[in-house]
Design a protein around this ligand. Sequence first.
Ligand code: ZN
Length: 348
Amino acid sequence: MTSFEGFRCADCGATATGEGATTCPDCNGALDATYDLDELVGGPPADRPGDLLPVAPVGMGEGETPLVEAPRLAEELDVGTLRLKDEGHNPTGSVLDRGMSLVAAAADDADADTLALATTGDAGQSAAAYAARAGLLSRVFVPSRANFINKAMINVHGGDMRVVEGRYGDARETYETEREELPAADAETWFPAGTLESPYRHEGFKPVYYETAAALGTAPDAVVVPVAHGGVVAAIWKAARELERLGVVDARPRVYAAQPDGCAPIVEAVEGGHDPEPWEVPDSTTRTPSTARRRSPSTRVWRSASPAASPSPPPGGSATTANSPPTTPSSSSTPAPATGTPTSSGAG
Ligand SMILES: [Zn+2]
């Protein structure tokens, strides 16, 4: 049983219902799913994540990933206990599979026949796999800079790939142009699978937190999330509020958004108190903690920043950049688990 009610625009508050919702019908802003939480109070949604999802996922073994203790990293960062939510165990190797499992289901419900998106790579291989699983096609626009494995796996999963010379912005531009030029009769056949192009992809990330809280039996003190567009960190914050509201756990964690120094628009926005702005020359290649230590004794993983501001980083958390001097998260006590590894901005 789901307590799903409908969708609300994060920008203007307009509501939307119906299968296959994409963006706000009034302002084209991002939609967010709403639920009747009163129906679930006292219930165990950590065991039944479907109660807090807008549609049943196209299941392919995603989720229930290991929560691995990392004692040496905990020591390096001077926190009591640190755990990594290893999303590499998902079917195509990233957290994006969780969101795509809902996107594919919504596209099928809406009678679309193609998942379409521009992507730096991971989301493309996930979309190609989940489209195939749902009996749909996929049309994936990737920049020429995307890595070879992503491109190969899009092909392996049967995706129709278009490689666009340049960076992500160039792929995105080509995707939008082709979409606008679709004949009217075909316009509904493409279902957008990109970040914030529908409410399903970010909603699908919430079980990362449900599983973490269930494994710990309580809310973690802090969650550090590698961030690109911000979909995963927003979903984790939403899930944390839901579980606290339902009384499943009695607290919310501090939530940190981590971005690489070479592409940190959300961190800059939080620190500067303004909306995120385009990053001139993005470079999201970061070193792992162990290689960073080998290469430069003065390099560390992340630093805390000012308290987060809306819209993306949640109140009570912070935005951080990778490969900067570390600061122990404020008022930290054990345990201090983290989800994901601070090695890439490709998490979503
Ligand atoms: Zn709106």
